[in-house]
Design a protein around this ligand. Structure first.
Ligand SMILES: Cc1ncc(COP(=O)(O)O)c(C=O)c1O
Length: 421
């Protein structure tokens, strides 16, 4: 499969190049040149397969010819070695949550990060790279765990100081070894801007080969395509999906699944007060405001960097906004009420997931992606009077010391850090 740059379509690269580069010329995002489409009987066959086997079938065409079928099989079985569960949250309306947080960092990002780490490690061979990533929450933990102790890979994680849930932060800032963490005195967009600037800095790239593990990296999104199929495998009646959205990577993966033939009729991209996309869908103007801090901080993104992919897919495959792709902004008060109401009905959801369930409350036959384990957001739960036990993954890091370095959001400082270390 070849990949082209959305901003410079003359730049065509292989899968290996796309995942090493992360971003293309002019900071353009890579997309597969063609999306394999499956029809009727083949879709049925796929849906009937176990998760990992089906995922090999889905991913193999995107990695060929650089990776043969058996290599893809090995990577997928190793990367997706935890469960995906569809839980009912409202039987009358047939509403569900697809729990994607049973991996090592308790978030959906384990799928993408673990898949990317394995692909990148094969592509690199003996060459060294620095994986640069900005995180508003779960990416840091997923990337840190996926790349921990991977040979020839140095990981540098930037995150907004004081704006990531404390336990969440501990999951990535306490590992050390090849995982370096920097607390930036700014918001997520400031972290993302530093990473983007590094990618367009040719001088830096000559000295320090860099790769990205953010959801701009196409390998992560391809991995995420797989779990959308699991919704229909576990409940064939479900035909709508709600995606708690920040950078819109997860929605991009869902749209790719639809192009491949998955029978999803509608997507709801649920956002918090950072409502650039819902406003865009209403009046057609792209007018990002400053980032607003919310209790769903992993989604505090005012300029979602995957949105050009969503627009491209909508244009290329005729998905209409407000017909196939909907978007709604949910306030903190509504999210808290949703956490409480779900809990009273017997389902404990993290705030991001609860926000999604709230956004599609009027739909039936719908699955919301359960993007993080509730225990990662204890502060919100405690405020709502919900007390739970920590899962072992979090208990282990609770009392550990953060190893993160503080840094101003200044590119010159960041660049010299990358060059010096
Ligand atoms: C818990 C959680 N929910 C939702 C999202 C939003 O996903 P995306 O950025 O793919 O839209 C994130 C991303 O950081 C997340 O960590």
């Amino acid at each position: 499969m070849q990949y082209f740059n959305l901003k410079d379509p003359t730049q065509i690269v292989s899968f290996g190049e796309a995942i090493q580069l992360g971003l293309g010329n002019k900071q353009g995002l890579f997309m597969p040149s063609e999306i394999p489409e499956f029809f009727d009987r083949r879709i049925e066959e796929l849906i009937n397969m176990p998760f990992a086997e089906r995922s090999v079938e889905i991913l193999a065409p995107y990695l060929a010819p650089e990776f043969d079928y058996d290599e893809v099989k090995e990577i997928v079985h190793d990367a997706f070695n935890f469960s995906v569960k569809l839980e009912s949250v409202n039987q009358i309306k047939n509403q569900h949550v697809l729990e994607l947080f049973h991996g090592p960092s308790l978030a959906f990002k384990d799928f993408g990060a673990r898949f990317l780490a394995r692909c990148l490690s094969k592509v690199l061979g003996a060459n060294e790279t620095t994986v640069l990533t900005a995180t508003s929450g779960d990416t840091g933990a997923a990337v840190a765990h996926a790349f921990y102790a991977v040979d020839n890979v140095r990981v540098v994680i930037l995150y907004p100081k004081g704006k990531v849930a404390p336990l969440q932060e501990k999951l990535f800032s306490t590992l050390g070894y090849n995982i370096e963490t920097i607390a930036i005195e700014g918001d997520f967009d400031a972290c993302q801007a530093l990473v983007k600037q590094a990618f367009s800095d040719e001088e830096l790239r000559q000295e320090v080969p860099i790769s990205s593990a953010n959801s701009i990296n196409i390998a992560r999104l391809l991995a995420q395509v797989c779990y959308y199929f699991e919704i229909m495998a576990q409940h064939p009646q479900v035909n709508k999906v709600c995606v708690p959205s920040g950078n819109f990577g997860n929605l991009t993966a869902g749209l790719i699944a639809k192009v491949m033939g998955l029978p999803v009729e509608k997507f709801m991209a649920a956002t918090n007060a950072n409502d650039t996309v819902p406003r865009f869908l209403q009046d057609g103007t792209w007018a990002p405001n400053a980032t607003i801090p919310t209790i769903t901080n992993a989604m505090d993104v005012a300029q979602p960097n995957n949105f050009p992919r969503v627009e491209y897919l909508a244009r290329a495959y005729g998905f209409k906004f407000n017909e196939t792709i909907f978007s709604q902004s949910v306030s903190d008060a509504q999210t808290k009420a949703a956490v409480k109401s779900l809990y009273s009905k017997g389902y404990l959801a993290d705030p991001h997931t609860a926000l999604g369930v709230f956004a599609c409350r009027d739909w039936d036959n719908v699955a919301t992606l359960g993007t993080a384990h509730p225990a990662k957001f204890l502060d919100v739960l405690t405020e709502e009077g919900i007390i739970i036990e920590l899962p072992p993954e979090l208990e282990k890091v609770e009392d550990k010391q953060s190893l993160a370095l503080d840094m101003a959001p200044d590119y010159a400082t960041f660049k010299s850090y990358l060059l010096e270390d």
